[in-house]
Ligand binder design. Sequence first.
Ligand code: CP
Length: 328
Amino acid sequence: SSHLLSVDSLSRDDVDHLIRVASRMEPIAQRRKVTRVLEGAVLGNLFFEASTRTRVSFHAAFCRLGGSVCDTTGFTFSSMAKGESLYDTSRVMSGYCDAIVMRHPDQGSVAEFAEATNVPVINGGDGPGEHPSQALLDIYTIDKEFALRGKSLAGAHILLTGDLKYGRTVHSLIKLLSLYEPMRISLVSPPGLEMPQHLIELVASRGHRVETRESLAADYSDVDMVYTTRIQKERFTAEMSEGFSLSRDYTVDKAFMDQRVNDHAIVMHPLPRDSRPDANDLDVDLNADPRLAIFRQTDNGIPMRMAIFATLLQVEDLVERDMRDVPW
Ligand code: CP
């Protein structure tokens, strides 16, 4: 069976297909229609690292397709706390579930888990590795937002900023962006938190123009999308944590968008944003600004995750036939 462990397994056609399926899921995600297409199916939702969006939206997406969910959240509530291996956990869960979503702090651990099972496994984030469903909902969001503005990704100027070293969402996203027609990608991160070189080389080798900077103090007036990320301090080495504080110069706020960007760009962030006073994450002063797409982005997690399940479980063509008006 197939898994979704990395965006490396996706072609441009696969991404286009998932976007089409996600669009067809919108009436259900918007709670106008219901379906029972996954009636009887059980999802195992295994999260060994903190999560709100990924955990809850995968759960809700499976339920909205008519399935049920069982979970074990955190090491404390799973027998991994008693020393059980990923292999044994995988063999056991395969007997209980028809699909599994897993998040784990170690890079490569979800792939190791998936090797021991024939049930489709979706990587919900493996340490600083990848977060493929987030990148797919990000691409879906960009597609929708750009269409509303009469734009396309071809030739666009994309600014990725924040912690590009440990931010798994941007690692998956930059690979998906690289599948599109040539664009310009600006990468801005504090020293020590740069995008891994092999990803820069991959994107450049596919014909995109990649520029790296250490500062947001530049002219971004032709930027179409600003993607900001939280500083992943929990992944820092002790040496890096020592005295680290993010300068306000890296903050995307209303002044930056008004003075250095433009009035038609969108602002995205995978969330969570760090609201602690010294974090200098994406500023709340953009909350009422229509350019801020972050909550449209989280909403898009439901139809895209429904599309991922429907495609992996091969029911995507049955959903439209099974849709009914909400009875409640
Ligand atoms: N974007 C994201 O993965 O959020 P959570 O950590 O809350 O799941």
